[in-house]
Design a protein around this ligand. Structure first.
Ligand SMILES: Cc1ncc(COP(=O)(O)O)c(C=O)c1O
Length: 206
């Protein structure tokens, strides 16, 4: 990995691969095993996710947009919507893929710092049960956010509780989850899993 004086948080794809990851890929690249989830590495990944996040299933995908689209599709029916920050990657930088492939509307919310709060989400819970209105079903957040801010454990727990009390699922885009884990006092436990969000992505990415 080339080390430069500049560290870019613009995208996790701006960074080189971590040497330990590269070494692990090299070590895995031997012999033959059954693929498509039956291989020991995928099984180890699933086990590791369970250790970190409890009773969850892991579905590895190739990139972040694919993870967001796959994750949100699993949560939504076509008449349902996703509430997200105006600045969220799903809203600004995925070429409309989440709306195209989930068939669901994104309801984007202006924020001061890239973070959603229960109050901001609540304002968008209008027309519930009205057959003419799209029905919010998921709230999507990014941890750490596109503006470089990080949800605290209390903020995550508060948002998750609000969502679950209102029949909403909480989706976490974890493109920068390693940065959030490094910056929060209790590390990875505070970043998403123990706050009972339903989907996360790339928990162990770089
Ligand atoms: C917050 C966030 N989500 C999703 C993505 C999409 O990842 P990919 O470019 O691998 O599709 C990125 C990429 O920078 C990102 O920063």
């Amino acid at each position: 990995m080339t080390t430069t004086a500049t560290v870019s948080f613009g995208s996790d794809n701006h960074a080189g691969i971590h040497p330990a990851v590269l070494e692990a890929i090299g070590a895995a690249n031997t012999g033959h095993v059954a693929a498509y989830g039956d291989d020991p590495w995928t099984q180890r990944l699933e086990q590791r996710f369970r250790e970190l996040l409890g009773d969850v299933a892991a579905f590895p995908v190739f990139n972040g947009t694919g993870a967001n689209v796959t994750g949100l599709s699993a949560l939504l029916r076509p008449h349902q919507a996703v509430i997200c920050a105006e600045t969220a990657h799903v809203n600004t930088d995925e070429c409309g893929a989440p709306e195209r492939f989930t068939g669901a509307k994104l309801i984007d919310v202006a924020t001061t710092d890239g973070k959603l709060t229960p109050a901001l989400v609540e304002r968008r819970l209008v027309g519930i049960g009205d057959e003419h209105r799209v029905q919010p079903r998921a709230v999507s957040i990014t941890q750490a956010t596109e503006l470089g801010t990080v949800y605290s454990l209390q903020e995550l727990a508060g948002l998750a509780s609000f969502c679950h009390a209102n029949g909403l699922l909480l989706h976490v885009d974890g493109a920068r989850i390693a940065n959030a884990a490094a910056s929060l006092p209790r590390g990875r436990e505070t970043t998403s899993g123990r706050s009972r969000s339903r989907t996360t992505r790339r928990q162990t990415h770089r």
